[in-house]
Design a protein. Structure first.
Length: 212
């Protein structure tokens, strides 16, 4: 075999190795992004012109998230927010629309306390998707209902669902996914358990009767 032929063989071998390496790297990257972002991965792919563009977007989210000063809440702050949530949930019985607005404000406050920027909703979604992809659709749904509630277009059942959605992200932000049951004694957990406002009203009526 001539020297030229050997050079050609070596070049082909190098190209094959590079191609295999690229394919393995791309597969590993895709698997990592799918594991990390879950359903958000497929949503981003659907909304992008190509899978490659979607993956670049998700990688950019990871890079931005890594630069944020995300920090856990200390126990006192976590307990304080849990009490505020219980109070908001309690107010849902008499003022569901107002309670949903308060829930949105409270979730945003916890995000800021944790170190997330809170200026624009779409950017909030992008930043949260890196570590809280599992509850991101809850936040989207809650925000959508909250927006319609501001226009007086949401039913009481939809408002209840908004509270459930907000609660999912709120509790994950409080405990970073490690301690979902942070509400004190969960004595105001009717909404989270799927009970409607009427059930809660009956509960409070029984409490008032018992106190007489």
């Amino acid at each position: 075999m001539t020297a030229v032929a050997w050079v050609a063989v070596v070049i082909v071998a190098v190209l094959v190795i590079l191609a295999v390496g690229y394919l393995v790297s791309a597969r590993n990257r895709r698997r990592h992004l799918q594991d990390r972002f879950g359903p958000e991965y497929e949503r981003t792919v659907r909304e992008s012109d190509s899978r490659k563009e979607a993956e670049q977007e998700l990688l950019a989210r990871e890079e931005r998230h890594a630069k944020l000063d995300i920090r856990p809440l200390n126990p006192q702050t976590r307990e304080g927010y849990a009490r505020k949530w219980a109070e908001v949930q309690e107010r849902f019985v008499d003022a569901p629309g107002f309670a949903v607005t308060e829930a949105d404000t409270l979730v945003t406050a916890v995000m800021a306390e944790r170190g997330y920027p809170t200026d624009e909703f779409e950017q909030r979604l992008s930043d949260l998707s890196v570590a809280h992809a599992a509850t991101l659709d809850h936040y989207r749904n809650a925000h959508d209902i909250s927006s319609r509630a501001a226009r007086q277009e949401a039913t009481t059942e939809e408002l209840r669902q908004a509270m459930v959605h907000y609660r999912a992200l709120f509790h994950e932000l409080l405990g970073d996914g490690d301690d979902a049951d942070v509400a004190p004694n969960n004595h105001n957990g009717a909404l989270a358990d799927g009970h409607d406002g009427a059930s809660m009203s009956g509960h409070h009526a029984n409490v008032r009767k018992a106190g007489r």
